[in-house]
Design a protein. Structure first.
Length: 329
Protein backbone atom coordinates (compact mmCIF):
# COMPACT_ATOMS: atom_id res chain seq x y z
CA UNK A 1 0.00 0.00 0.00
CA UNK A 2 1.23 3.50 -0.80
CA UNK A 3 0.45 6.74 1.01
CA UNK A 4 0.30 10.30 -0.34
CA UNK A 5 -1.64 13.46 0.60
CA UNK A 6 -2.96 11.47 3.58
CA UNK A 7 -4.66 8.88 1.32
CA UNK A 8 -3.84 5.15 1.22
CA UNK A 9 -3.80 3.37 -2.16
CA UNK A 10 -3.84 -0.40 -2.58
CA UNK A 11 -5.36 -3.51 -4.12
CA UNK A 12 -8.53 -5.19 -2.92
CA UNK A 13 -6.40 -7.82 -1.12
CA UNK A 14 -4.69 -4.99 0.79
CA UNK A 15 -8.02 -3.42 1.64
CA UNK A 16 -9.73 -6.63 2.72
CA UNK A 17 -7.04 -6.95 5.40
CA UNK A 18 -7.06 -3.21 6.15
CA UNK A 19 -10.83 -3.06 6.61
CA UNK A 20 -10.77 -6.15 8.82
CA UNK A 21 -8.24 -4.50 11.15
CA UNK A 22 -9.23 -0.84 11.12
CA UNK A 23 -10.98 0.43 14.25
CA UNK A 24 -14.26 2.26 13.64
CA UNK A 25 -16.12 3.56 16.67
CA UNK A 26 -18.98 5.08 14.66
CA UNK A 27 -22.08 2.96 14.02
CA UNK A 28 -22.44 2.01 10.35
CA UNK A 29 -25.72 0.70 8.95
CA UNK A 30 -25.44 1.40 5.21
CA UNK A 31 -23.03 1.51 2.29
CA UNK A 32 -23.57 4.06 -0.47
CA UNK A 33 -22.71 3.44 -4.12
CA UNK A 34 -21.87 6.44 -6.33
CA UNK A 35 -20.12 7.18 -9.60
CA UNK A 36 -17.90 10.25 -9.80
CA UNK A 37 -19.45 11.28 -13.19
CA UNK A 38 -16.62 13.78 -13.57
CA UNK A 39 -13.72 12.91 -13.45
CA UNK A 40 -14.52 9.86 -15.59
CA UNK A 41 -12.47 7.13 -17.31
CA UNK A 42 -10.84 9.66 -19.66
CA UNK A 43 -9.12 11.31 -16.66
CA UNK A 44 -7.47 8.10 -15.46
CA UNK A 45 -4.01 7.29 -16.84
CA UNK A 46 -3.28 4.16 -14.79
CA UNK A 47 -1.14 5.85 -12.13
CA UNK A 48 -2.77 9.15 -11.15
CA UNK A 49 -5.07 7.89 -8.39
CA UNK A 50 -3.50 10.20 -5.77
CA UNK A 51 -3.79 13.26 -8.01
CA UNK A 52 -7.42 12.51 -8.90
CA UNK A 53 -8.34 11.98 -5.26
CA UNK A 54 -6.53 15.18 -4.25
CA UNK A 55 -8.37 17.13 -6.96
CA UNK A 56 -11.74 15.76 -5.75
CA UNK A 57 -10.83 16.69 -2.18
CA UNK A 58 -9.85 20.22 -3.22
CA UNK A 59 -13.13 20.60 -5.11
CA UNK A 60 -15.16 19.37 -2.13
CA UNK A 61 -13.31 21.58 0.34
CA UNK A 62 -12.79 24.76 -1.70
CA UNK A 63 -15.82 24.73 -4.00
CA UNK A 64 -18.41 22.96 -1.82
CA UNK A 65 -17.05 24.27 1.48
CA UNK A 66 -17.01 20.79 3.08
CA UNK A 67 -14.60 19.91 5.88
CA UNK A 68 -12.96 17.12 3.84
CA UNK A 69 -13.41 14.97 0.73
CA UNK A 70 -16.97 13.59 0.67
CA UNK A 71 -16.29 9.88 0.19
CA UNK A 72 -14.51 7.24 2.29
CA UNK A 73 -13.26 5.27 -0.73
CA UNK A 74 -12.76 5.77 -4.45
CA UNK A 75 -12.36 2.78 -6.77
CA UNK A 76 -10.57 2.85 -10.15
CA UNK A 77 -10.87 1.06 -13.51
CA UNK A 78 -7.65 -0.93 -12.91
CA UNK A 79 -8.97 -2.49 -9.69
CA UNK A 80 -7.20 -0.18 -7.25
CA UNK A 81 -8.81 1.52 -4.26
CA UNK A 82 -7.91 4.69 -2.38
CA UNK A 83 -9.07 6.00 0.99
CA UNK A 84 -10.61 9.45 1.44
CA UNK A 85 -12.48 10.82 4.43
CA UNK A 86 -11.78 9.28 7.85
CA UNK A 87 -13.99 6.25 8.56
CA UNK A 88 -14.85 7.89 11.89
CA UNK A 89 -16.68 10.72 10.12
CA UNK A 90 -20.05 10.63 8.38
CA UNK A 91 -19.64 11.07 4.62
CA UNK A 92 -21.09 13.81 2.41
CA UNK A 93 -22.71 11.41 -0.02
CA UNK A 94 -26.51 11.22 0.08
CA UNK A 95 -28.55 14.00 1.63
CA UNK A 96 -30.72 12.48 4.33
CA UNK A 97 -28.77 9.31 5.00
CA UNK A 98 -25.15 10.14 5.76
CA UNK A 99 -25.06 9.80 9.52
CA UNK A 100 -24.46 6.03 9.79
CA UNK A 101 -23.12 5.41 6.33
CA UNK A 102 -19.97 4.56 4.38
CA UNK A 103 -19.64 6.25 0.99
CA UNK A 104 -17.94 4.62 -2.02
CA UNK A 105 -17.36 6.59 -5.22
CA UNK A 106 -16.57 4.55 -8.32
CA UNK A 107 -14.50 6.66 -10.72
CA UNK A 108 -16.35 6.96 -14.01
CA UNK A 109 -19.62 7.88 -15.66
CA UNK A 110 -21.80 4.77 -15.80
CA UNK A 111 -24.82 6.31 -17.44
CA UNK A 112 -25.84 4.30 -20.53
CA UNK A 113 -23.60 5.04 -23.50
CA UNK A 114 -20.81 6.55 -21.37
CA UNK A 115 -17.99 4.58 -19.66
CA UNK A 116 -18.28 0.80 -19.67
CA UNK A 117 -17.17 -0.47 -16.27
CA UNK A 118 -14.12 -2.76 -16.65
CA UNK A 119 -14.22 -6.27 -15.22
CA UNK A 120 -11.60 -5.35 -12.57
CA UNK A 121 -13.66 -2.34 -11.59
CA UNK A 122 -16.85 -4.40 -11.19
CA UNK A 123 -14.91 -6.97 -9.19
CA UNK A 124 -13.60 -4.45 -6.63
CA UNK A 125 -16.99 -2.72 -6.37
CA UNK A 126 -18.41 -6.10 -5.30
CA UNK A 127 -15.52 -7.13 -3.08
CA UNK A 128 -15.17 -3.77 -1.31
CA UNK A 129 -18.91 -3.75 -0.58
CA UNK A 130 -18.71 -7.36 0.68
CA UNK A 131 -15.74 -6.55 2.93
CA UNK A 132 -17.67 -3.64 4.46
CA UNK A 133 -20.82 -5.78 4.97
CA UNK A 134 -18.64 -8.31 6.79
CA UNK A 135 -16.91 -5.64 8.87
CA UNK A 136 -20.11 -3.97 10.04
CA UNK A 137 -22.35 -7.05 10.11
CA UNK A 138 -24.70 -5.65 7.48
CA UNK A 139 -27.24 -7.77 5.61
CA UNK A 140 -26.88 -7.88 1.82
CA UNK A 141 -30.06 -5.99 1.01
CA UNK A 142 -31.35 -2.81 -0.62
CA UNK A 143 -31.96 -1.48 2.90
CA UNK A 144 -28.25 -1.46 3.71
CA UNK A 145 -26.64 -1.16 0.24
CA UNK A 146 -27.89 2.11 -1.24
CA UNK A 147 -27.73 3.80 -4.63
CA UNK A 148 -27.74 7.61 -4.64
CA UNK A 149 -30.50 7.49 -7.29
CA UNK A 150 -33.03 6.27 -4.71
CA UNK A 151 -33.08 9.56 -2.77
CA UNK A 152 -34.79 12.88 -3.48
CA UNK A 153 -31.99 15.42 -3.96
CA UNK A 154 -33.86 18.25 -2.24
CA UNK A 155 -35.52 16.53 0.69
CA UNK A 156 -33.26 13.51 1.25
CA UNK A 157 -36.34 11.33 1.34
CA UNK A 158 -36.05 7.82 -0.12
CA UNK A 159 -38.36 7.53 -3.13
CA UNK A 160 -36.53 4.84 -5.13
CA UNK A 161 -35.85 7.10 -8.10
CA UNK A 162 -39.35 8.41 -8.73
CA UNK A 163 -38.84 12.16 -8.24
CA UNK A 164 -35.99 14.68 -8.35
CA UNK A 165 -33.14 12.15 -8.37
CA UNK A 166 -29.58 11.97 -9.70
CA UNK A 167 -28.83 9.02 -12.01
CA UNK A 168 -25.86 8.13 -9.73
CA UNK A 169 -24.22 5.49 -9.73
CA UNK A 170 -25.32 5.51 -13.39
CA UNK A 171 -28.22 4.19 -15.45
CA UNK A 172 -26.02 1.28 -16.60
CA UNK A 173 -24.31 0.50 -13.25
CA UNK A 174 -24.48 -3.31 -12.93
CA UNK A 175 -27.46 -3.48 -15.28
CA UNK A 176 -29.20 -0.34 -14.01
CA UNK A 177 -29.68 2.04 -11.10
CA UNK A 178 -33.15 0.92 -9.93
CA UNK A 179 -33.80 -1.04 -6.72
CA UNK A 180 -34.77 -4.09 -8.80
CA UNK A 181 -31.53 -3.83 -10.82
CA UNK A 182 -29.52 -3.77 -7.60
CA UNK A 183 -31.42 -6.82 -6.32
CA UNK A 184 -31.00 -8.67 -9.62
CA UNK A 185 -27.46 -7.80 -10.64
CA UNK A 186 -25.36 -6.34 -7.82
CA UNK A 187 -26.47 -7.96 -4.55
CA UNK A 188 -26.16 -11.59 -5.80
CA UNK A 189 -22.48 -10.92 -6.58
CA UNK A 190 -21.92 -9.43 -3.11
CA UNK A 191 -23.65 -12.46 -1.48
CA UNK A 192 -21.59 -14.87 -3.57
CA UNK A 193 -18.40 -13.09 -2.55
CA UNK A 194 -19.34 -13.32 1.14
CA UNK A 195 -20.18 -17.03 0.85
CA UNK A 196 -16.73 -17.70 -0.57
CA UNK A 197 -15.08 -15.64 2.14
CA UNK A 198 -16.86 -16.85 5.27
CA UNK A 199 -15.63 -20.46 5.31
CA UNK A 200 -12.06 -19.25 4.74
CA UNK A 201 -12.34 -16.77 7.56
CA UNK A 202 -13.67 -19.31 10.00
CA UNK A 203 -11.15 -21.98 8.96
CA UNK A 204 -8.06 -19.89 9.63
CA UNK A 205 -8.12 -18.39 13.08
CA UNK A 206 -5.44 -16.28 14.66
CA UNK A 207 -4.00 -17.37 18.05
CA UNK A 208 -5.36 -14.26 19.73
CA UNK A 209 -6.27 -10.61 19.31
CA UNK A 210 -4.43 -7.73 20.92
CA UNK A 211 -5.01 -4.02 21.20
CA UNK A 212 -2.06 -1.62 20.76
CA UNK A 213 -1.33 0.43 23.90
CA UNK A 214 1.66 2.48 22.67
CA UNK A 215 1.04 5.72 20.75
CA UNK A 216 2.83 4.26 17.79
CA UNK A 217 4.19 0.73 17.43
CA UNK A 218 6.82 -0.15 14.80
CA UNK A 219 6.35 -3.20 12.61
CA UNK A 220 9.62 -5.11 12.11
CA UNK A 221 10.86 -7.86 9.80
CA UNK A 222 11.81 -10.22 12.63
CA UNK A 223 10.99 -10.86 16.29
CA UNK A 224 13.77 -8.53 17.36
CA UNK A 225 13.90 -4.81 18.23
CA UNK A 226 17.09 -4.44 16.18
CA UNK A 227 15.66 -5.85 12.95
CA UNK A 228 14.62 -3.57 10.09
CA UNK A 229 11.21 -1.88 10.03
CA UNK A 230 8.86 -3.20 7.37
CA UNK A 231 9.01 -0.51 4.69
CA UNK A 232 5.51 -0.96 3.23
CA UNK A 233 3.76 -0.87 6.59
CA UNK A 234 3.45 2.26 8.68
CA UNK A 235 3.64 2.02 12.49
CA UNK A 236 0.42 0.84 14.13
CA UNK A 237 -1.39 3.46 16.18
CA UNK A 238 -2.80 3.23 19.68
CA UNK A 239 -6.10 1.36 19.90
CA UNK A 240 -5.63 -0.69 16.70
CA UNK A 241 -6.67 -4.32 16.94
CA UNK A 242 -4.05 -6.79 15.68
CA UNK A 243 -4.41 -10.48 14.90
CA UNK A 244 -1.59 -12.60 16.32
CA UNK A 245 -0.58 -15.56 14.14
CA UNK A 246 2.59 -16.62 15.93
CA UNK A 247 4.47 -15.79 19.13
CA UNK A 248 8.24 -15.72 19.63
CA UNK A 249 10.17 -14.31 22.64
CA UNK A 250 7.39 -11.89 23.52
CA UNK A 251 7.02 -10.74 19.90
CA UNK A 252 3.88 -11.20 17.81
CA UNK A 253 3.62 -11.98 14.10
CA UNK A 254 0.68 -9.85 13.00
CA UNK A 255 0.32 -10.87 9.37
CA UNK A 256 -0.84 -14.28 8.26
CA UNK A 257 1.31 -14.32 5.14
CA UNK A 258 4.19 -11.87 5.73
CA UNK A 259 6.96 -11.55 8.31
CA UNK A 260 5.51 -8.55 10.15
CA UNK A 261 6.35 -8.48 13.87
CA UNK A 262 5.57 -6.19 16.79
CA UNK A 263 6.73 -6.25 20.39
CA UNK A 264 4.01 -7.75 22.59
CA UNK A 265 5.01 -5.41 25.44
CA UNK A 266 3.00 -2.59 23.92
CA UNK A 267 -0.23 -4.53 23.47
CA UNK A 268 -3.03 -5.91 25.61
CA UNK A 269 -5.01 -9.08 24.90
CA UNK A 270 -8.66 -8.52 23.92
CA UNK A 271 -11.45 -11.00 23.25
CA UNK A 272 -13.31 -11.06 19.95
CA UNK A 273 -17.09 -11.10 20.23
CA UNK A 274 -20.07 -10.90 17.90
CA UNK A 275 -23.28 -9.06 18.76
CA UNK A 276 -26.26 -11.45 18.90
CA UNK A 277 -29.03 -8.92 19.66
CA UNK A 278 -30.78 -6.89 16.94
CA UNK A 279 -29.52 -3.70 18.53
CA UNK A 280 -27.17 -3.71 21.48
CA UNK A 281 -27.08 -0.59 23.61
CA UNK A 282 -23.68 0.72 24.61
CA UNK A 283 -23.49 2.45 27.98
CA UNK A 284 -21.05 4.74 29.71
CA UNK A 285 -20.46 2.21 32.52
CA UNK A 286 -21.06 -1.43 33.50
CA UNK A 287 -24.69 -1.11 34.58
CA UNK A 288 -28.17 -0.46 33.13
CA UNK A 289 -28.28 2.71 35.21
CA UNK A 290 -25.42 4.23 33.17
CA UNK A 291 -26.36 6.44 30.24
CA UNK A 292 -26.74 5.06 26.71
CA UNK A 293 -23.86 6.32 24.57
CA UNK A 294 -24.33 4.35 21.36
CA UNK A 295 -25.46 1.10 19.83
CA UNK A 296 -24.09 -1.89 17.96
CA UNK A 297 -25.94 -4.02 15.45
CA UNK A 298 -26.53 -7.75 15.14
CA UNK A 299 -23.48 -9.53 13.72
CA UNK A 300 -21.11 -6.67 14.43
CA UNK A 301 -17.63 -7.60 15.58
CA UNK A 302 -16.44 -6.11 18.87
CA UNK A 303 -13.26 -6.52 20.90
CA UNK A 304 -13.72 -6.73 24.66
CA UNK A 305 -10.92 -5.49 26.84
CA UNK A 306 -12.26 -5.95 30.34
CA UNK A 307 -15.21 -7.74 31.98
CA UNK A 308 -16.94 -6.53 35.16
CA UNK A 309 -20.20 -8.00 36.59
CA UNK A 310 -21.15 -9.58 33.24
CA UNK A 311 -20.53 -6.29 31.43
CA UNK A 312 -17.75 -5.93 28.88
CA UNK A 313 -15.76 -2.82 28.01
CA UNK A 314 -15.35 -2.42 24.28
CA UNK A 315 -11.71 -1.92 23.38
CA UNK A 316 -10.68 1.74 23.20
CA UNK A 317 -14.24 2.94 22.73
CA UNK A 318 -14.57 2.82 26.48
CA UNK A 319 -18.23 1.90 26.04
CA UNK A 320 -19.78 -0.96 27.99
CA UNK A 321 -22.14 -3.67 26.76
CA UNK A 322 -23.99 -6.49 28.48
CA UNK A 323 -22.14 -9.79 27.84
CA UNK A 324 -25.54 -11.54 27.55
CA UNK A 325 -25.84 -10.24 24.01
CA UNK A 326 -22.40 -11.29 22.82
CA UNK A 327 -21.18 -14.52 21.29
CA UNK A 328 -17.57 -14.97 22.29
CA UNK A 329 -15.30 -16.45 19.60
ZN1 LIG B 1 -23.83 10.10 -6.04
Amino acid sequence: MKTQYGFILGSIQDFEAWIRDVKVGRTVVSIQQHHTYSPDYSSFNGSNQFELQKAMKDYHVVHNGWSDIGQHFTTFPDGSIITGRSMELSPAGIKGCNSASICIEHLGNFDAGKNEMTFQHQDIAVRLTAALCLKFGLPVSTKSILYHHWFNLATGERNNGTKNNKSCPGTAFFGGNKVQDCDDHFLPLVSQCLKEKLPQLSAVRPMKYVCVTADSLNVRERADGKSKKVSERSPVSSGSILRVWKEENGWYKISESSEHWVSGKFTRVVQRATVNADTLRARSGPSVSCSVVGAYLSGQELFIEEVENKWGRVSMDGKWVSMKYLDMN
